[in-house]
Design a protein around this ligand. Structure first.
Ligand SMILES: Nc1ncnc2c1ncn2[C@@H]1O[C@H](COP(=O)(O)OP(=O)(O)O)[C@@H](O)[C@H]1O
Ligand SMILES: [Mg+2]
Length: 312
């Protein structure tokens, strides 16, 4: 088995990264990497430095008044020393980003298509190529290309997030930084966006950094996870390993806050009840066609129907 901390081809490699607001350090990461076609989660409570890490990787930390020191390499190329002009060729083009509020990425006064086309043309596509690439990418995210003719306010949050993902696709970005991409969306739409991200990795080989305070989302989508607290990564490794057997107390607390994960993390909490019928409980009536036994779940057992509701 491959050691969890040694992904094969490192696309994005962070070493000794420090982000500061004046004298206050808000990020201090010794080592973090994102492999080719890998989905890595960056999790941790609000204020732990996840978004500032993203902004540092995008070369945008200075826009909010922060300074960045250390090393951020993309396919071996050091990004931290690049001029803003050089970074323009990287940001958006090779490293794309989507954010919690997709509306932020689109000016309300422009049709979303004009924002997408402008970005594609900025990165060197001809008008005709850009139009074709935009339409293709819209279909890849399961949206009708004519939605590009609408204004942001005429699209749902989920649709706008898909357009933002379509732009990353059209640019053939190698790395997608997704900062809480589903936190502002309805649960059903969340699942669709997560499926899309999974598809980006499988079909396009894109590497995804999924920033989320939601460990359930991380557990569902990520290969590895890094847990941040107070600007530092306190623990990282394969998702199954970190979430089921956390080494750090803070990680254990985060896991314990997610009922479904807590049930699977035997070392932290008492093991869930075994799926055998307890001897001191009445055996359920034997069904005529036996369904598979229920898997133990963290959800509280449904109350026995006492209020007149008869299960079918
Ligand atoms: N513009 C800013 N000015 C000063 N401090 C900031 C600014 N943005 C973020 N911070 C601080 O940086 C730390 C990390 O914030 P952030 O990266 O946004 O956390 P997260 O994304 O994990 O919730 C926090 O302590 C936050 O208060
Ligand atoms: Mg954030």
């Amino acid at each position: 088995m491959k050691p969890a901390n040694l992904p094969r081809a490192q696309r994005l490699a962070i070493r000794d990264l420090q982000v500061r607001f004046g004298g206050r350090q808000v990020v201090g990461i010794d080592e973090f990497s994102l492999g080719a076609a890998e989905i890595v989660g960056l999790a941790g409570e609000s204020g732990s430095g996840k978004s500032m890490t993203t902004l540092a990787v995008l070369g945008l930390a200075h826009t909010v008044g922060a300074t960045v020191r250390g090393s951020i390499r993309l396919d071996g190329t050091e990004l931290t020393g690049l001029s803003q002009r050089e970074l323009l060729a990287v940001r958006g083009r090779r490293i794309a980003a989507i954010f919690q509020s997709p509306a932020m990425a689109f000016s309300p006064v422009f049709k979303v298509g004009s924002v997408v086309l402008r970005a594609l043309r900025l990165h060197g596509m001809s008008r005709a190529d850009a139009a074709g690439a935009a339409a293709r990418a819209m279909r890849q995210v399961l949206l009708a290309p004519d939605l590009l003719d609408r204004y942001p306010a005429q699209l749902s949050g989920g649709q706008l997030q898909r357009v933002a993902i379509a732009l990353a696709l059209a640019l053939r970005a190698e790395v997608l930084l997704a900062d809480e991409p589903t936190s502002a969306l309805d649960v059903t739409v969340q699942a669709e966006v997560l499926d899309l991200l999974r598809g980006l990795r499988e079909r396009e080989g894109m590497s995804v950094l999924l920033i989320s305070h939601d460990l359930a989302v991380v557990a569902e989508l990520c290969d590895r996870v890094a847990i941040m607290r107070g600007g530092a990564i306190v623990e990282q490794g394969a998702v199954g390993q970190v979430l089921s057997a956390p080494q750090h107390e803070y990680t254990a607390d985060l896991v314990a806050a997610v009922p479904r994960l807590a049930a699977e993390a035997a070392p932290i909490l008492p093991a869930p009840p075994a799926p055998t019928t307890p001897s001191d409980a009445p055996a359920p009536p034997a069904p005529s066609a036996a369904p598979p036994p229920p898997t133990p779940s963290s959800a509280p057992a449904p109350p026995t129907p006492a209020d007149g509701e008869v299960p079918e």
